[in-house]
Design a protein around this ligand. Structure first.
Ligand code: NI
Length: 130
């Protein structure tokens, strides 16, 4: 948590790496993180927590493997979606996109279980802003 307001625009302008979330603040035991994303993330699952997404700019697709089969949700800018715990998911951004995620501090970006992590995906619990 910080004692001063955080401009999301300034935070997002402070780094260029894709799929590498920055922690902008914390709420109780949750982190608020922002990330720049483009292209594919990796199939993964968070066994113990839901994961909240807010699309700030661009468009985020999230492929989901649910009991009824696989589907993809499309989130235009200013949309929110929560991936339920235990649901395998793979985010994908067809254009440069900025997202905000809200999840328990320490949550790994590639979940508790995941496919092989490609080089362009940062497996992290979030980086501090500089
Ligand atoms: Ni996830």
């Amino acid at each position: 948590m910080t004692a001063e307001p955080v401009s999301l625009a300034t935070a997002l302008a402070s780094f260029t790496q894709r799929w590498s979330p920055r922690i902008v603040t914390a709420v109780n035991d949750y982190d608020v993180r922002v990330a720049k994303v483009e292209g594919e993330h990796v199939w993964h699952v968070h066994d113990h927590t839901d994961e909240f997404f807010l699309v700030l700019d661009g468009e985020l697709h999230i492929a989901l493997r649910e009991a009824g089969g696989e589907r993809t949700v499309v989130l235009p800018a200013h949309s929110v979606f929560t991936v339920a715990r235990g649901t395998e998911h793979k985010p994908f951004a067809p254009v440069p996109t900025q997202i905000l995620v809200f999840e328990p501090t320490g949550t790994l970006s590639v979940g508790d279980r995941h496919d092989d992590v490609p080089d362009h995906v940062d497996a992290t619990t979030g980086h501090a802003l500089r």
